[in-house]
Design a binder for this molecule. Structure first.
Ligand SMILES: Cc1cc2nc3c(=O)[nH]c(=O)nc-3n(C[C@H](O)[C@H](O)[C@H](O)COP(=O)(O)OP(=O)(O)OC[C@H]3O[C@@H](n4cnc5c(N)ncnc54)[C@H](O)[C@@H]3O)c2cc1C
Length: 418
């Protein structure tokens, strides 16, 4: 089929992956009158992982897409952000979130704990199946002139003007763009689960988001659901030194999940033991990429910048990516896709890389060993007390405002050239 100039007809966007990023991009493009075809390998949109914490940098965008009430109905807003000593349970630092409306007043949008399945239902419900193709695993990608040719494992072949890799940390689109795997085991692993609140009698401040910190390990949890009926927890330990399992999950022996938490507070042990634990999650990150795009393919979300989850920003920055890309494409990027991709990378790369790096540094702080000494531990506690001042920039970010400002700048430059 001859390649048609994208300027002659609506841009054909193929999004690989119907995860948080792919679905948000579909909605953000639709809000700007563009259509995306979203190809998801799974036969149905099932829950991946347990829950996710959404901060203002993402919730303001989801609210702009009209999802505010649906999201609020299935989410819990934490009362406070609390850092505790993992063994004694002492409060090291605490910052109000829902209490007194502090977070909303400061950042202009809510902070939510939400079950992933619920978030996916809100996103896919809004999309109402439009352009969503389940059971389509991308098997091959090829660029022929200005047209991308996609082949799926089910034998379906399609063409697109632009392919967006929203296909997660083990992205096939990234392999096509960079020619390599670019994914790295972080040397840390995790145990996780969603526990009914009733099984946690020792848990203080059950509706807060809390970090319990100790040597070589930490546990994070927050309440989820419209009535805060469950707690999502995520317990991270150093090691194993190497990851030998083929995927990011491996089986564990009895009691293995508790080994890094001997002598910790009863609330931590209750959480770890509330459900049978049979799996360890390896935590993987994407190595910084020089280029997020090649030809007519571009990356978003975990495929471009999978990060350690210690700032809870993987999904949030993915939502920022989706909004940024949609706005640039809607602003006429179809006429100069190469330029659009460069602007997109320029807007997104530095911010996501900074958060990626900061998440590594936060891991070290959260896992500080006693041997680091009292001065280092006191400095850690002081940093947790300064958390809103030091990290407010992550939550205050307004992706729509940033891209709008950039688009205005591009228009001014174009006018200068006339
Ligand atoms: C334990 C843990 C806890 C986390 N907690 C938080 C948190 O609290 N807050 C936060 O912001 N982030 C969190 N994250 C990160 C967050 O989950 C990810 O950053 C986010 O899901 C990335 O979205 P995505 O759309 O890029 O990828 P994904 O959500 O992984 O979606 C990728 C999709 O692509 C599909 N796919 C893959 N390959 C193909 C193919 N070849 N063809 C077709 N489809 C394909 C997959 O089936 C999947 O549906 C956490 C991550 C982990 C591991």
């Amino acid at each position: 089929m001859p390649a048609t100039s994208p300027a002659d007809r609506p841009l054909r966007v193929a999004v690989i992956g119907g995860g948080i990023g792919g679905l948000t991009l579909g909605l953000a493009l639709r809000a700007r009158g563009l259509r995306a075809e979203i190809y998801e390998q799974a036969a149905e949109l099932a829950e991946i992982g347990a829950a996710v914490a959404l901060s203002a940098n993402a919730t303001r965008e989801l609210e702009r897409l009209g999802l505010g009430p649906a999201l609020a109905a299935v989410s819990t807003e934490p009362t406070e952000l609390i850092f505790r000593d993992g063994r004694s349970g002492a409060r090291v630092a605490a910052h109000p979130v829902r209490d007194g409306g502090a977070y909303g007043r400061r950042f202009g949008a809510p902070y939510y704990g939400v079950h992933r399945a619920d978030l996916q239902t809100v996103l896919s419900g809004a999309l109402a199946g439009e352009g969503l193709h389940l059971g389509h695993r991308l098997a091959a990608l090829d660029q022929r002139g200005d047209v991308m040719a996609l082949t799926f494992a089910n034998g379906v072949e399609v063409e697109a003007d632009l392919v967006v890799g929203g296909d997660g940390v083990r992205s096939a689109v990234r392999r096509w763009i960079t020619g390599g795997e670019r994914v790295r085991y972080s040397g840390t692993s995790a145990f996780r689960g969603v526990v009914p609140m009733g099984l946690l009698p020792s848990l203080p401040d059950p509706e807060a988001i809390q970090f319990w910190m100790g040597p070589d390990a930490h546990l994070l949890h927050y309440a989820i659901g419209g009535t805060a009926d469950s707690v999502n927890f995520f317990a991270v330990v150093e090691g194993p030194a190497a990851w030998t399992a083929e995927r990011w999950l491996c089986g564990i022996g009895p009691g293995e999940h508790r080994a890094g938490f001997a002598g910790w507070h009863p609330a931590v042990i209750e959480m770890l033991d509330a459900l049978p634990q049979s799996r360890r999650w390896g935590l993987f990150v994407t190595d910084p990429l020089r280029r997020w795009h090649r030809g007519r393919a571009v990356l978003m979300g975990d495929s471009a910048h999978a990060m350690l989850p210690h700032h809870g920003q993987g999904a949030n920055t993915t939502i920022e990516d989706a909004v940024t890309l949609a706005e640039l494409l809607a602003a006429g990027g179809a006429r100069d896709l190469g330029g659009t991709m460069r602007h997109y990378q320029g807007l997104r790369q530095r911010r996501t890389r900074t958060i990626q790096r900061s998440a590594w540094a936060t891991n070290r702080l959260l896992h500080l060993p006693d041997a680091a000494g009292p001065d280092a531990l006191a400095e850690r506690d002081a940093r947790m007390a300064r958390f809103p001042e030091d990290f407010g920039w992550i939550h205050a970010f307004d992706a729509r405002a940033a891209v709008t400002e950039a688009i205005d700048g591009i228009r001014v430059d174009l006018l200068k050239d006339l």
